[in-house]
Design a protein around this ligand. Sequence first.
Ligand SMILES: [Zn+2]
Length: 280
Amino acid sequence: MIIWICTDMEGLAGIDRWEQCYHPDDNAPEYLYGREQLTEEVNAAVAGCFDAGATEVRIIDGHGRNRNRGFLQEKLDPRAKQVWFSSFNPLRMEGLDETVHAVAMIGQHAMAGTLNGFIDHTQVPKEICRFLINGEEHGEMSQFALYAGAYGVPLVYVSGDEALCEEARRLFPHVRCTPTKRGTGWATCELYPPDEVRARIRRDIAEAIRNANRADAWRLPTPIEVSVEWAYSGLADERARFAGVQRVDARTVAWKIHDPRDIYMFPSEAWQPGTAYREG
Ligand SMILES: [Zn+2]
């Protein structure tokens, strides 16, 4: 039984400052502290997966600033198998296919535009205001659920702040959540005791895996419409010039994808949705 886990940092227990996730200096004490929180939390999740009978646990460091070097190797549970992206254009995840039993997210944050979500964002903080799938607002949790769903694999578990847990309850009621803290503003929060949170994560992810049901995989008929409202019109201008991209209004562009795994792709010189938008 293979479990595949995507990690992020903003939603981790023990993280309550922007610098712990984004410090420009690799050796800054705040950032190293952040990486330690990441490693301890992923260890708790990995332990829970094995408690539930997993035979292999794959983990990917999904926090962009870490450049795939976030886990502290000397402290990481050696049973965890680290994976990375198998390609970037289009974005594909190594070892995530129909042989995986279930997927989970650790340290996740709420979607862009969430009140009291700790560093709430979708992909790019301060650039993307709203990300929509078939006209409904979604965030990174939904993107991952849709990607895994393409293989019939369900998202069964997330850890993150209360706002993320609320998002999960609303969009994916079957997903089990462990709250790590309560956001009080854009980059302020009240932490819950990290050791208690990690004990709960271990227990909750194990229960989620035991109850995993492939019928909960998120599948949508294709094509799927993606639309993005950017912070200002110039960012929309940059995307609108590519084939298959529709200009909705000054700040918003939309396109269609024919493969749910392309939910991570944005129109660029390297990737375009093609002309399918006009046909559909
Ligand atoms: Zn992140």
